[in-house]
Design a protein around this ligand. Structure first.
Ligand code: GDP
Ligand code: MN
Length: 395
């Protein structure tokens, strides 16, 4: 935090989640490296977008740090793809194939039912809903990537996608800093999911939380819609009042491939606000994904059939798992990373005010409008602190 930062920023960062290093420093290239890799899932046809992403991460980070890359594909990477990637990467590269055990329909699913579900989502013009491969991709990133043999040796991962752009030099090692601060999961953008892709996701996520008697560590609330008015109390004899967990969930037969019709929403009185960490950027501990708790969560979500009968993305899956299992102190908001993917970007120049409104647990009542403006001016100054010639421009 540069000395010139306004007091309100300093206070927020002290109270919630310090930016590890802010402003522009000489890249810290001589420190120890973490046991970490970039993970890129891609197809041959995405080569151009992949190279764009690699150029960007190399220019702004990896030319100093030389972290390895793991490329994954359900098909085979061709030689053009491999050679071109090798011409642009400054760290070791490994090529991994994803087998049918991690991609596509598991044996227990009724394929005909699943395919019909996907077709219906296509007919309903749900974004990517009719695209079978997209469903496979989301399920892979939800419950399998961290089990891939090439990732076993790593403790941390940083997800890269085709067609992403970093705007700012990242002159410190985010893995090392996350490790030092005891962080588990890092994000840079939180957005709202398209409702029609996840109509039942929250019912299952809350059921998981209740079945395992998990009490919120303070992050779950980030995903719960705040009631507009005082919730009406249900009369005690209303059947919806404290209904025990539905039999359908407790005794559900795996492999039906369809969602049981349950009304957990009414029972819980909690509604998903559609907020999620946008997972095309993610820096996280792989051992959290590998934990029994995360895998139980994935298994329950998976067995519900929601990856086929709906179009659950890996982003809300990761986010709701974090909500159920982690607390705010485990999460790091990389507000200092300039990042863009397709149409959505995070620019540090306008981060605090905008992101504070989006992320309830970063909200603070002491932050009045005047301070917000003060912050905006600080972050939006045309020349943010530019000490050793490296800097950040959100263009
Ligand atoms: P979007 O960002 O949600 O629009 O989805 P993308 O099309 O970018 O897909 C997300 C990630 O999964 C990207 O890294 C894609 O390269 C990758 N991906 C998506 N579908 C497939 C697929 O069928 N096979 C492989 N190998 N990668 C895929
Ligand atoms: Mn993408």
């Amino acid at each position: 935090m540069p000395a010139g930062a306004p007091p309100s920023i300093r206070r927020i960062n002290d109270k919630y989640d310090k930016v590890f290093v802010n402003g522009c420093l000489e890249p810290q290239v001589n420190g120890p490296r973490a046991n970490a890799a970039f993970v890129v899932l891609a197809r041959n046809k995405e080569l151009e977008g992949v190279i764009q992403s690699i150029k960007s991460i190399e220019r702004h980070f990896n030319r100093w740090f030389h972290y390895p890359y793991v490329f994954l594909n359900d098909g085979d990477f061709n030689s053009t793809f491999k050679e071109t990637v090798l011409n642009h990467t400054s760290g070791p590269v490994e090529w991994g194939k994803i087998g049918p055990d991690m991609w596509g329909y598991p044996d227990w699913v009724d394929k005909a039912v699943a395919k019909e579900g996907i077709q219906k989502q296509g007919d309903a013009a749900i974004m990517y809903g009719g695209m079978e491969s997209y469903h496979h991709m989301c399920r892979f990133y939800s419950g399998f990537f961290y089990k891939h043999e090439l990732l076993q040796k790593y403790k941390w991962y940083w997800r890269l996608e085709p067609e992403i752009k970093y705007f700012c030099d990242i002159t410190y090692d985010p893995f090392i800093h996350m490790e030092r601060e005891g962080k588990t999961y890092g994000f840079t953008i939180a957005v709202k999911e398209l409702k029609e892709t996840v109509p039942n996701i929250f019912r299952y996520a809350s059921a998981y939380k209740r079945m395992n008697n998990l009490t919120s560590k303070g992050l779950w609330e980030m995903f719960v819609e705040k009631p507009k008015e005082e919730p009406k109390e249900l009369p005690k004899d209303d059947p919806k009042y404290k209904k025990p967990l539905p039999e359908e969930i407790l005794n559900s037969e795996p492999g039906t491939g369809s969602l049981p019709d349950i009304d957990l929403e009414a029972m819980e009185g909690e509604k998903y606000n559609m907020c999620h960490f946008w997972s095309n950027f993610e820096i996280a501990r792989l051992d959290w994904f590998r934990s029994k708790e995360y895998n139980d969560f994935f298994e329950m979500m998976d067995r519900s059939g929601g990856f086929w009968m709906e179009r659950w993305g890996d982003a809300p899956i990761h986010s709701l798992a974090a909500g159920a299992l982690l607390g705010p102190k485990d999460i790091h908001y990389f507000r200092d990373f300039g990042y863009r993917h397709t149409t959505i970007q995070h620019c540090p120049a306008n981060a605090p005010a905008r992101q504070l409104q989006r992320i309830p647990w970063l909200e603070t009542t002491t932050l009045d409008e005047k301070k917000r403006i003060e912050e905006d001016e600080y972050w939006a100054s045309p020349d943010p602190p530019k000490e050793n010639g490296v800097g950040c421009r959100c263009k």
